[in-house]
Each structure stands twice: as structure tokens, then as C-alpha cells.
Ligand binder design. Structure first.
Ligand SMILES: CC(C)(COP(=O)(O)OP(=O)(O)OC[C@H]1O[C@@H](n2cnc3c(N)ncnc32)[C@H](O)[C@@H]1OP(=O)(O)O)[C@@H](O)C(=O)NCCC(=O)NCCS
Length: 197
């Protein structure tokens, strides 16, 4: 795994050293952050709590509440290096910026990886999710038991997540209802070939 046993990182390339953020009619350039993925650890709980706001969960059926978040945190701590379920805190310029990870699922009868992510509002729009997902795709292709495909199921209304899937090379497989945290989301199915024949 890139970056040693406890972290994986990649420095953004020259072409993407600055992001552009639109603020009203003013365009500001914002330096792109260096993104590192840290295997989920006890000190990452605040990231999960910060991701459980109404705004952050508006495409995910709403806030889960603290008890569910604590259970999720315990599950994340059990995910592990080289296993089929692995969660990471996203660190941007040394600060906690969100979370990303993967686990196994079954898609139309075939075992596959499913990928999920969040980036906290203060860090959004700077390419951090794109960079974090690119690192995770590398891990899925080379550091874990191989499965043919990875899937993501963002809500059809979740524009940033759908854009993220597209730019990461996932293929659009249309819409389907997806049971999620006690509700049913209308999602877009995105599939990435991990090990093309
Ligand atoms: C989805 C999320 C992780 C994106 O994080 P981010 O770091 O802001 O994303 P990036 O800056 O890397 O941008 C990823 C893509 O989304 C696009 N994007 C970002 N914000 C957008 C917006 N508001 N509307 C449309 N597209 C947007 C970017 O242009 C980029 O596409 P590109 O590569 O084609 O240019 C973040 O919005 C989030 O955490 N949302 C709440 C939680 C959530 O919905 N999780 C996903 C569940 S499936």
C-alpha cells in the first residue's frame, strides 16, 4: 500500500495545484490541499459526528443520530488493512476533512466492492473527494482481495457525488431504488471495472 502501513498519500500533480471557487460573482483561487488517507482510528470520531448534520445527510435520508454514529464508528475501527472492508479518515493539509472507504456488497448476484465518502463543508469544492477516491481506487485494484467491480449508489439528486463518480471513471448504469438506513433512495448506479478481463 502506498505511503507505508499507516497512511496513504499522493501529492497533487502540477496541473491541479489550484482549485477555483465561485463566491457570488467573484472567482477566487484556492490552493489545492495535499490529501492523505488514514486508516480509521479512535480520534476520528469527531469527523463522523460532523458528517451527521442535516446538510451533510440531505441526500442520505437525514441524520442518523449519535447512537447510530457511535455504532458506525465502532464498525469503522474494525475495518482493516488489506481486508474487504476498509475505512479511512481523509486528511487535507494535516486536518481532518472527511471520510471514505469501501466494503463488500452483492450487485445483481455478483460480489463487488461498494464505495462511500464524505467531505466536510469547509473542505468541499477543492477536489479533495476526487483525490481521495483516486487513492481508494488504487487500493481496490492492488491492495485488497480482487473483485471484478466497485459500485457507488449516490442519490440521483446528489450532483457532487454523481460528478465525482463520472470523473473517477465509473460508468453510469442507470437508476434504481436502493434501501438505505431504513429508507429507500432513488439512486444512480455507478460501476467501475477493477480487473477488466
Ligand atoms: C460528495 C462530496 C464528498 C464531494 O466532495 P468534494 O471534495 O467537494 O468534491 P470534489 O471537489 O472532489 O468534486 C468532485 C466532483 O464534483 C463536482 N462538484 C463539486 N461540488 C459540486 C456541486 N455543488 N454541484 C455539482 N458538481 C459539484 C466537482 O466539479 C467534481 O467534478 P469534476 O471532477 O468533474 O470537476 C461532498 O459534497 C459531500 O460530502 N457531500 C455530503 C455527503 C454525501 O453526499 N456523501 C456521498 C453519498 S453517495
Amino acid at each position: 500500500m502506498k505511503g507505508g502501513a499507516d497512511a496513504t498519500s499522493r501529492t497533487v500533480d502540477e496541473r491541479s495545484l489550484t482549485g477555483v471557487i465561485e463566491v457570488g460573482a467573484v472567482w477566487l483561487t484556492a490552493p489545492m490541499a495535499t490529501v492523505i488517507l488514514r486508516p480509521w482510528a479512535p480520534e476520528h470520531l469527531p469527523l463522523l459526528l460532523a458528517a451527521d448534520t442535516a446538510d451533510m445527510t440531505r441526500f442520505l435520508g437525514g441524520s442518523e443520530g449519535e447512537d447510530a454514529v457511535l455504532r458506525r464508528h465502532q464498525n469503522y475501527l474494525r475495518s482493516r488493512d488489506g481486508g474487504q472492508e476498509w475505512m479511512f479518515a481523509i486528511e487535507a493539509d494535516g486536518e481532518g476533512a472527511g471520510g471514505i472507504g469501501f466494503w463488500t456488497t452483492e450487485h445483481d448476484g455478483e460480489a463487488a466492492y461498494e464505495v462511500g465518502w464524505n467531505v466536510l463543508p469547509a473542505w468541499q469544492g477543492r477536489g479533495i473527494a476526487r483525490e481521495a477516491l483516486s487513492i481508494v481506487v488504487d487500493i481496490l485494484r492492488s491492495d485488497v482481495p480482487p473483485l471484478p467491480r466497485a459500485y457507488a449508489y449516490p442519490s440521483v439528486d446528489n450532483a457532487p457525488s454523481n460528478a465525482l463518480c463520472r470523473s473517477a471513471g465509473f460508468a453510469d448504469h442507470g437508476e434504481r431504488d436502493f434501501p438505505f438506513r431504513g429508507t429507500v433512495l432513488r439512486t444512480r448506479v455507478w460501476a467501475l471495472e477493477l480487473h477488466p478481463a
